[in-house]
Design a protein around this ligand. Structure first.
Ligand code: URA
Length: 303
């Protein structure tokens, strides 16, 4: 049995981890993820077993950070100043049959898996079988899309948050509820739109996805856009805008302006606007988003 002192020490250790930004347990001891070299974790990625231990499994329970705002993607925490006493990282030892791919190979694999998908069901199953995006290693669920399979309006956000990860559907937390209200304001409901993100798995700690993570998911997103056949695409927030519109300016400069993107050889109107999670934190910015929404409504009406 654990003494009260042990329990206090354990609670203090968990507090320390939480302060350092740890919100997902993937193993019982620290692992140096950088020591994996080019190996890409995924569905079949297995942390190396330590001597005398059974191999750990994925899907360990999530630590509750205090105070969590359900569904809202929190800004990444600052880099830790203190360093934890660490055991030496175990060498990465992929199991036989798991073929780690360097980033370029992962992108090629994504392209070949995505382009042969004749419909969204096939694209989803290609994504489920894809091990080239490291985010999959720590996510609970794939978040593909919600809404209609074919829609005139396609909405693309940044990445799933904790609620989305739990449910396996994009924009179901607080930001998603605000998004639904914004759509209702221009007389649209979930069955009228197709909602997704630039990456399909939750980044640990709700950090912004890295360029490598968004890039490796891009062939899937491009195929998804071809299959949805939207007339108008709306990008929510700076990360989605940068990635899809290929711009470098911040969201405040980019938002509210029409651009053209190519989808399956067609020129399609695209506009970036403010992310609903940002609007929850900055209600005064809602007037900008409202102006953008009215422009989207009129683009849909005038086609
Ligand atoms: N924020 C996003 O960008 N996407 C989601 O799915 C939820 C919150």
């Amino acid at each position: 049995m654990q003494s009260e002192t042990d329990m206090r020490a354990l609670a203090a250790l968990l507090d320390w981890y939480r302060e350092m930004g740890v919100d997902t347990a993937v193993d019982e001891a620290p692992v140096d993820w950088l020591a994996r070299g080019e190996a890409v974790p995924g569905r079949d990625f297995r942390l190396p077993a330590r001597e005398g231990e059974a191999p750990p499994t994925r899907g360990a329970p999530e630590f509750k950070s205090a105070p969590p705002i359900p569904g809202e993607r929190e800004p990444p925490r600052p880099a830790p100043q203190r360093t934890a006493p660490q055991r030496p990282a175990p060498a990465f030892d992929p199991r036989p049959g798991f073929s780690p791919k360097p980033p370029d190979a992962a992108e090629l694999a994504a392209r070949s898996a995505a382009k042969s998908a004749p419909n969204l069901e096939a694209l989803e199953s290609a994504l489920r079988g894809f091990d080239g995006c490291g985010l999959k290693a720590t996510a609970k669920n794939l978040c593909f899309y919600r809404g209609a399979p074919k829609a005139r309006l396609m909405i693309i956000g940044e990445a799933p948050g904790s609620e989305e990860d739990r449910e396996g559907r994009p924009f179901v937390g607080r930001a998603g509820q605000l998004l639904d209200k914004m759509l209702a304001a221009i007389a649209l409901k979930e069955p009228d739109v197709h909602i997704t993100n630039v990456v399909y798995w939750r980044p640990p700690g709700n950090r912004t996805p890295t360029p490598q993570e968004t890039q490796v998911c891009k062939p899937f997103l491009e195929r998804q856009m071809e299959l949805v056949e939207p007339d108008v695409v709306v990008l929510l927030g700076g990360a989605a805008a940068k990635h899809v519109l290929d711009v470098t300016d911040g969201i405040m400069r980019v938002r509210g302006k029409w651009r053209e993107i190519q989808i399956g050889g067609r020129a399609v109107k695209a506009m970036a606007t403010l992310h609903p999670a940002y609007l929850l934190r900055t209600p005064a910015a809602k007037r900008h988003a409202w102006r953008d929404l009215l422009a989207v409504q009129s683009a849909l009406e005038n086609r």
